[in-house]
Design a protein around this ligand. Structure first.
Ligand SMILES: Cc1cc2nc3c(=O)[nH]c(=O)nc-3n(C[C@H](O)[C@H](O)[C@H](O)COP(=O)(O)OP(=O)(O)OC[C@H]3O[C@@H](n4cnc5c(N)ncnc54)[C@H](O)[C@@H]3O)c2cc1C
Length: 523
């Protein structure tokens, strides 16, 4: 029988920006954070290079920021959410500064702003060029460690939700380090999922290894309504170094004038879009993908625009190049598109509430309606901040105040079945091959069939079925959207269909019904 552990602490799944900021906003209310890795590891937040988008310049405004967000989202952004998030941005930059984030400042004390693709002006607040995520996380981790109301449980994976009827009463958790143990039910007053995106479901991704759609999948398995699942953003300039995950060459490099060239030295973006290298990400990703497929070895040339200043101004990029034996001062950096950001996720409302009572979701795991079919660069961290704080406020009004709670201790349990590494490799290859930058109906059907086979073979391994649940939802939503819009490109439906300019919603049952119908048709 499954062990039950009861707590008065709010249960927060994850330890990225969304989770840490929510925990700090909730303090002194007791919370417990669950994370498979030590603080600072295994979270996309710590790897963010560009920074946080916010209308900080005199010439800028939340309205202009919202307009750019809506334009990038290709007809499926919720304008009310775009207004809410962009309006709140400035206050959160000040809050992060107060928490100790050393944002780059000019001599007058103003924030130094980077220009990124599809922003109408420089708007991204940054730290030492490409160190924003690391610096923000270091500041928050220091504050979390100094906050007695926050308990951090490391080596722990959330594998499911505990429900009573349609209400979420807790999280099924599994100790994965130092050894892998059978799940226990951890029950508390509310659950906040902040477990990040799904990039690691793809063979080529910029996301850290734990980010494989597990948290979206566990919510979907409990019946949560999911939104915009087909919209996965592929970053056009991951460094093609053979590493897994693939290191990123931040878009800020292109903002500074770096250009994309192919092996013939031609700047292929000039013909592809009027804004050339600063075209929306999906356009650049498809152009880079076309060059990869044509064997033209696309590369990012930083030599004229940044030159010898690269190691000092973009240390993460310089370090990744050094690991791969690439010298960006003498040669262009080879690049490839890689799964980077999931616009879709658990559908949430303006308070961060999911469709299941007792469940809140923030950060990349949530689909708030901000990003539509294509996230505007550097709106990801911003969305995590705004909704983490909103949810903290909502939980404060929803729950009876509690000033003290005992620390959670998980009991010893027996050994749990482990994932088959080959099945995960297979899943990731299937996603990259059939559910990637370019999609077709036939390929998506093959993907759904293969995902179902892999799931059936690993049905007893909860972390794997959470991954396959999210993978099925992405492939099913992509099959159902018979058009090309934003990041979702169907070569069999190459145009946008104005009748489909709306968000998509589906449940795991819908995705499974589609897979079953395909199997029946094939039989
Ligand atoms: C290389 C890179 C660069 C980026 N650059 C930028 C940028 O410049 N600006 C921007 O706005 N966005 C950027 N993004 C996107 C942005 O970093 C993420 O969208 C954002 O950090 C997500 O925050 P989060 O808190 O939702 O998730 P994360 O920071 O990914 O944290 C998720 C947490 O959940 C944990 N977790 C996962 N599964 C489980 C589970 N089953 N149980 C328990 N815990 C679990 C993880 O270990 C992690 O601690 C970038 C992303 C990457 C990968």
């Amino acid at each position: 029988m499954r062990h039950r552990v009861l707590t008065d602490r709010i249960i927060i799944v994850g330890a990225g920006l969304g989770a840490l900021y929510a925990a700090l906003c909730l303090a002194p209310r007791p919370v417990v954070l669950l994370t498979p890795e030590p603080l600072g590891f295994g979270a996309s937040s710590a790897w963010a290079q560009g920074g946080v988008a916010a209308a900080m310049a005199v010439a800028d405004s939340p309205t202009l920021h919202a307009d750019d967000t809506i334009r990038a989202g290709a007809g499926t952004v919720d304008p009310a959410i775009a207004a809410l998030v962009t309006e709140a941005a400035r206050a959160h930059i000040h809050a992060l500064t107060d928490l100790g984030t050393p944002f780059d400042r000019d001599r007058q004390g103003g924030y130094v702003l980077s220009r990124e693709a599809a922003h109408s002006l420089a708007r991204v607040v940054r730290v030492q060029g490409d160190q924003a995520g690391k610096a923000i996380m270091e500041a928050l981790i220091a504050r979390v460690r100094a906050t007695p109301s926050i308990q951090v449980l490391t080596g722990v994976l959330a594998t499911g939700l505990v429900t009573e009827g349609s209400r979420v009463s807790g999280v099924e958790v599994m100790q994965v380090s130092p050894s892998r143990c059978m799940p226990v039910a951890l029950e508390g007053p509310a659950v906040l999922l902040a477990g990040g995106g799904s990039g690691g479901l793809y063979a080529r991704t910029t996301n850290p290894a734990p980010i494989r759609g597990q948290v979206m999948g566990l919510a979907a398995r409990a019946g949560a309504r999911m939104a915009d699942m087909e919209f996965v953003q592929f970053h056009p300039t991951a460094i093609d170094s053979g590493e897994d995950p693939v290191p990123l060459a931040t878009e800020a490099l292109r903002g500074e004038g770096a250009v994309l060239v192919n092996r013939h030295g031609a700047r292929f973006m000039i013909d592809a879009h009027p804004e050339a290298e600063l075209a929306p990400r999906d356009v650049v990703a498809r152009a880079v993908f076309a060059e990869v497929q044509a064997g033209n070895r696309p590369a990012l040339d930083t030599r004229d625009a940044i030159g010898a200043a690269l190691p000092e101004r973009f240390p993460a990029v310089a370090a990744a190049c050094a690991r791969a034996g690439i010298d960006p001062l003498t040669q262009p950096i080879p690049v490839t598109p890689a799964a980077h950001y999931h616009m879709g996720g658990v559908a949430t409302d303006a308070h961060g509430r999911a469709s299941l009572d007792g469940l809140w979701v923030c950060g990349e795991a949530a689909a708030t309606g901000l990003h539509g079919a294509n996230r505007l660069a550097s709106n990801g961290l911003l969305e995590a901040l705004v909704f983490a704080a909103t949810i903290a406020g909502d939980l404060g009004t929803e729950l009876t105040p509690v000033s003290h709670a005992a620390e959670v201790a998980l009991p010893e349990t027996g050994p749990a079945p482990a994932p088959d590494p080959q099945a995960i490799t297979d899943l990731r290859e299937t996603m990259s091959r059939h559910v990637g930058v370019l999609r077709t109906g036939g390929g998506l059907q093959q993907a759904l069939t293969r995902i179902a086979e892999l799931e059936a073979a690993q049905a007893e391994v909860p972390d794997v079925v959470n991954m396959t649940a999210t993978a099925s939802l992405i492939a099913a939503a992509a099959l159902l959207r018979t058009e090309t819009r934003g990041s979702h490109a169907r070569t069999d439906f190459p145009e946008a269909d104005p009748a489909l300019a709306q968000r998509s919603f589906l449940t795991l049952n819908d995705a499974r019904a589609l897979t079953r119908a395909l199997a029946k048709d094939t039989a």
